[in-house]
Design a protein around this ligand. Sequence first.
Ligand SMILES: Cc1cc2nc3c(=O)[nH]c(=O)nc-3n(C[C@H](O)[C@H](O)[C@H](O)COP(=O)(O)OP(=O)(O)OC[C@H]3O[C@@H](n4cnc5c(N)ncnc54)[C@H](O)[C@@H]3O)c2cc1C
Length: 245
Amino acid sequence: MDKQTITFVKKERVADGTMAFFFTKPDGFTYKPGQYIELTLINPKETDDEGDARVFSLVSTPKHEYLEVAIRMRDSAFKRCLGNLKESEEILLDGPFGAFLLHQDTNKRAVFLVGGIGITPIMSMVRSAEEEKIKRPMTLVLSTRTLGDAPFLSELHEKKENKIMDLLHTVTNEEVSGQDLEHGYISSDMLKKNLTDIDTCIFYVVGPPAMVRAMNKVLEELEVSPDNIKMEEFAGYEKEKGRTE
Ligand SMILES: Cc1cc2nc3c(=O)[nH]c(=O)nc-3n(C[C@H](O)[C@H](O)[C@H](O)COP(=O)(O)OP(=O)(O)OC[C@H]3O[C@@H](n4cnc5c(N)ncnc54)[C@H](O)[C@@H]3O)c2cc1C
């Protein structure tokens, strides 16, 4: 299918340096929680070697009125142009793409191992589970550099209070204390302490490539079968070595 034209509706801050963007949804456009789209700027004021298109996971659910994405606002030509979009300005949509989808067997726990902005496809999954009143065990293990870096944090706590999922938030670059809070990178010890049913869990690893590689090692240490692991690498954050978001 050809790319479709959609219009910019609004943007909202969802964490330090992270913005959610809302666009109109074309009639008949459907997708599954966990999928991503490609956005292409039309005649942008500036461009660079990476071109005028980027892919982003949808954080909205298929039932939402608008298509919503959440983006780490680094200083690239694409993101400067996106950040300057005015209401009703047009952009091109392609997709949806991807097979990073929740498993069918609702008895098996889904464990989301997430680095920072990697929360985006998981947001759509947990929002959708709540909306559809689907009861299934889900645990989110979220790693961010600081508390302020964590996108959608208050909504995630609400989901936890509403018993949609368990939540463990681990912060690497500042001292924190409190319920459901840890300090440091996600480790095999941390997972053993917090999960009783590791052998039957399906793990969803999502974040920058360095974080995904580190989680691969952790899951290897836990002897998790590769059949029980799904991964989504946010290529484009490759150069940020040693960072977890
Ligand atoms: C399936 C999938 C889903 C994704 N979903 C999301 C999402 O929901 N939200 C989201 O924000 N991103 C998402 N991404 C990543 C997104 O597509 C972009 O690649 C990313 O946002 C980087 O774009 P950019 O314009 O900041 O950098 P680009 O201009 O694309 O830069 C590309 C290269 O330059 C390096 N680079 C650029 N600026 C810097 C800098 N300041 N410091 C260090 N290195 C730099 C990058 O590491 C990279 O190697 C997803 C990627 C994939 C593959």
